[in-house]
Design a protein around this ligand. Structure first.
Ligand SMILES: [Zn+2]
Length: 444
């Protein structure tokens, strides 16, 4: 018997009307559960003048209020440790993760046994879709401490692959493990995939000669930036597959297939909407805005209309791989967007331009600052070793940024290869200096 192309063929190739009917059925159940069992939703639905019975179609969900990270923080610790959004007794919670807390108090994400098991099945489905099979060896180079991405290694094991729980070991040790255990898949952040490959090269190891055939990346938008993807794929001679997840719901809930054209969303678990960042108005499919997720099956803590803070768009067109779930495309974090001369700029826009240029390494850091009371930006880049003419290089980078993004940077600072910090996890690409005094000498 030939091997199936899908983990759950019937669901993965179901027509859209079947997907949406299933979503509506799950939505009604979860709304009733959230309303009956949480302090928070009972109050917020009442304030909005809506009951679960009023939601008769998927579109009706827009009658319900949004929640966001602030709601999570504010309601945490009230009633119980997991807070007012929690819909089950603490005895039924078998796992909690916590957000990295990079901006503020860490938030907790609780799971019942069934939530956890269903989540792991999604991980298996996404990894199978990424090409992983029983014969593969999978190295999970992701932080395990409290992080919701940690348990995803069980998804690989769930499909029969061999799990190597490396976590975030120092790069020397990680390279040694790769040479010893010969994983065919590794998972890490895009910046770390570049860093690890570069480190290998510096040690005289050609990453292309290593056993890695596929690299799963998550945590930053790099996997969706064609030039960054190509840089990682060329460095490792491996195919890159991007995953997307959020600690507020679960680990990976969307991932690329072989086509690398957007990330298939687990629509049996998540209902996605795109809304206008400022007004909250629901946008048509395909338009770029903030993604809003409703968890359809997570009982421990239902997330109803959660504003993810991620900017992207949804594609409901059929994918060449045969899967019918919609695909999400992430452009960047709302918090990282800055506006210069009326143009919205994400660090990923700058990255797209820089990775395509020769003579620079592709590493970069953006500084946003005020000049004459308006926001401006400057970029630090690194020259490839041996390339000496800085003035020519500056001109090239400025010209490329101006023509592709539409606004010129106020300065380009050229550094030596290796001067910018390499990320062990997520890279900090944006430095906001709008509140600080700028050295005027650096400006053009
Ligand atoms: Zn596909």
């Amino acid at each position: 018997m030939s091997e199936s192309k899908y983990w759950e063929e019937e669901w993965e190739t179901a027509p859209r009307d079947v997907i949406e009917a299933k979503q509506l059925e799950s939505l009604k159940i979860i709304l009733r559960h959230a309303y009956d069992n949480t302090v928070y939703y009972k109050r917020s639905f009442k304030e909005a003048g809506v009951t679960p019975e009023d939601i008769k179609s998927l579109k009706d969900i827009s009658r319900l209020p949004f929640i966001d990270k602030q709601t999570e923080r504010k309601t945490q610790g009230i009633v119980s440790m997991v807070g007012e959004l929690c819909a089950v007794d603490e005895r039924d919670i078998i796992f909690i993760s916590a957000s990295s807390g990079s901006t503020g108090v860490p938030t907790i994400s609780p799971f019942t046994q069934n939530d956890f098991d269903e989540w792991m099945n999604i991980e298996s489905r996404l990894m199978y879709q990424a090409g992983m099979r029983k014969t593969d060896r999978y190295m999970h180079g992701i932080n395990f401490s409290l992080f919701v991405g940690g348990p995803c290694v069980l998804g690989a094991q769930g499909l029969g692959a061999m799990g190597i729980w490396s976590g975030t070991l120092p790069s020397d040790r990680l390279l040694y493990i790769i040479q010893q255990f010969k994983p065919t898949f590794i998972q890490t952040t895009p910046s770390y995939a570049l860093y690890l490959g570069e480190t290998a090269r510096k040690k005289g190891i050609d990453p292309k000669e290593l056993s890695v055939k596929r690299i799963i990346v998550a945590g930053e938008p790099g996997g969706s930036i064609p030039a960054t993807r190509k840089a990682i794929e060329d460095l490792w001679d491996a195919k890159l597959i991007e995953f997307y997840g959020l600690s507020d719901i679960f680990g990976a809930c969307a991932g690329m297939c072989d086509e690398q054209d957007g990330l298939h969303l687990a629509e049996d678990h998540i209902l996605v909407e795109t809304v206008d960042v400022k007004t909250g108005e629901v946008l048509p499919d395909g338009e770029t805005g903030e993604l809003v997720f409703t968890s359809l099956r997570k009982h421990a803590r239902p997330m109803i209309r959660f504003r993810t803070g991620d900017i992207g768009f949804v594609n409901k067109g059929k994918c060449k791989c045969g899967r019918t779930s919609c695909r999400i495309n992430i452009v960047g974090r709302k918090d990282d967007m800055f506006i210069v001369s009326g143009v919205n700029i994400f660090p990923s826009d700058v990255e797209t331009v820089l990775r395509e240029l020769s003579d620079i390494t592709g590493e970069y850091r953006i500084h946003v600052f005020n000049r004459d009371y308006t926001a401006r930006y400057g970029v630090e880049v690194e020259r490839v070793y041996g390339r000496e003419n800085d003035e020519e290089l500056k001109k090239k980078v400025i010209g490329a940024l101006k023509s592709r993004i539409g606004v010129k940077p106020d300065y380009i600072k050229i550094l030596d290869d290796g001067e910018l910090p390499r990320a062990e996890h997520k890279a900090k690409r944006l430095i906001d200096e709008r509140e600080t005094e700028i050295d005027q000498a650096i400006l053009i």
